[in-house]
Design a protein around this ligand. Structure first.
Ligand code: SF4
Length: 401
């Protein structure tokens, strides 16, 4: 069976969940997790799956945040984006030319998928939209080009994933900038560090996709009717547009995503190809969530859980903020040292369970040859911990000292 057909079977009758920059960023934070790689490639509704098997996790944006985000984006794009353009010009340092000059071309290539909750509209023709984007990706030596809602493609685990940045700015000198409109506020010049970090990784996904598309298709050099076209480069400087302070007024901030790009490229090369993962799975594996007359999935939860057990997971505490299946995987990994995070996994290499680690720390179990070093560290830590506890309960000069 072809890969696409197998992925369709795994997803079943439900609408396909689309990858986006957020899910790719999450996937690359845990590239060793085959469970997520297969479910995401098949477009399985992980949220619905985790709810049906009794491990619903509070995950994703609240409805309130989505509404607030859409209102802010509409506000920013108001008036044909005149304010936004001025902000971007200030932020990126380009000249808009005298008032009324034909120095800016705005191209809107389609509606954002976020409006449909990430489910691909059946009628959408991705190939057409991709072609329109490729045609639009060219600098104009006489002015700025703004491309809204372009569609980009990025191979992930051997499959093309389609992505929708909010906006691209193409400068006359051939430099491209990714622009993302976010609804988290910047108050007194400071924003929530975690949200900025997540937005920077998502923007880096777009930069990477754009670079690869331009390189692969050689878009700019082959554009006809444009004899003098500067070479295209995609800048590592992206722009985040956020609400300023407690208002709805937008603020544009330039963010350097070189570090995020290095991490992404490294992690993407570590993702196993989907074909190789499917080869090890039963041909009839499915996570079909087909609903009955009452709207609830008809499939017994135990069958889905058995299916999940066939997919190797690699739970880390990070999963709690990046994956809908986190509660199920945490439950499964309970008692294992690897579940405590990457640094614990490295420090306790060869010691698989917490019980084993405690026994080694207290000297009630003899370490195997490959555990000797870690066991010694555990014993020292346990001794120091016991001494600290004893010191705390008998402070010098205390009531009983
Ligand atoms: S929660 Fe589970 S499926 Fe999701 S990334 Fe973590 S280990 Fe993988």
């Amino acid at each position: 069976m072809r890969t696409e057909a197998r992925l369709d079977l795994i997803r079943g009758s439900a609408a396909r969940r689309r990858h986006d920059a957020r899910t790719i960023a999450a996937l690359t934070r845990n590239p060793g997790c085959n469970r997520r790689a297969v479910l995401d490639a098949a477009g399985v509704d992980k949220d619905g799956l985790s709810r049906h098997i009794g491990f619903a996790a509070p995950f994703g944006q609240s409805q309130f945040a989505i509404i607030r985000g859409n209102a802010f984006e509409a506000r920013v794009r108001n008036d044909g984006g005149t304010d936004l353009l001025r902000l971007l010009a200030d932020c990126l340092g380009f000249d808009l030319g005298p008032a009324g000059s034909p120095g800016v071309t705005v191209l809107d290539l389609g509606a954002s998928a976020e409006q449909d909750g990430g489910v691909r509209p059946a009628a959408e023709n991705l190939a057409d939209r991709l072609d329109r984007t490729v045609t639009a990706l060219r600098p104009d030596p006489h002015g700025i080009v703004l491309v809204a809602h372009p569609l980009l493609a990025l191979p992930v685990g051997g499959q093309d994933v389609h992505l929708e940045p909010d906006l691209l700015v193409i400068r006359p000198d051939g430099q491209f900038h990714v622009v993302e409109i976010k609804s988290f506020p910047v108050v007194d010049g400071q924003a929530d560090g975690e949200k900025v970090a997540a937005a920077a990784v998502q923007a880096a996904v777009y930069v990477l996709a754009l670079r690869r598309m331009l390189r692969a298709r050689e878009v700019v050099p082959t554009v006809p009717m444009m004899p003098v076209v500067p070479p295209a480069t995609v800048s590592h400087d992206v722009v985040l547009v956020c609400p300023r302070d407690f208002s709805n007024a937008p603020l544009a901030t330039r963010v350097d995503v070189r570090r995020q790009l290095l991490g992404l490229e490294h992690q993407l090369t570590r993702l196993a190809t989907i074909e190789a993962l499917l080869d090890d799975l039963p041909a009839d594996l499915t996570f079909d969530l087909a609903a009955g007359p009452d709207g609830a999935p008809t499939r017994p939860a135990t069958e889905l859980t058995t299916g999940l057990d066939l997919l190797d997971a690699r739970y880390t505490p990070d999963c709690l903020s990046t994956c809908e299946l986190a509660f199920r995987c945490r439950h499964e990994a309970a008692g294992r040292t690897a579940a405590l995070g990457a640094s614990v996994r490295e420090d306790l290499g060869g010691i698989d369970t917490v019980t084993e680690a405690l026994d080694l720390a207290h000297g009630t179990r003899a370490p195997a040859e490959d555990q000797a070093e870690a066991a010694e560290r555990l014993r020292i830590t346990a001794r120091m911990y016991a001494e600290a506890l004893a010191g705390a309960s008998h402070p010098p000069g205390g009531a009983d000292g």
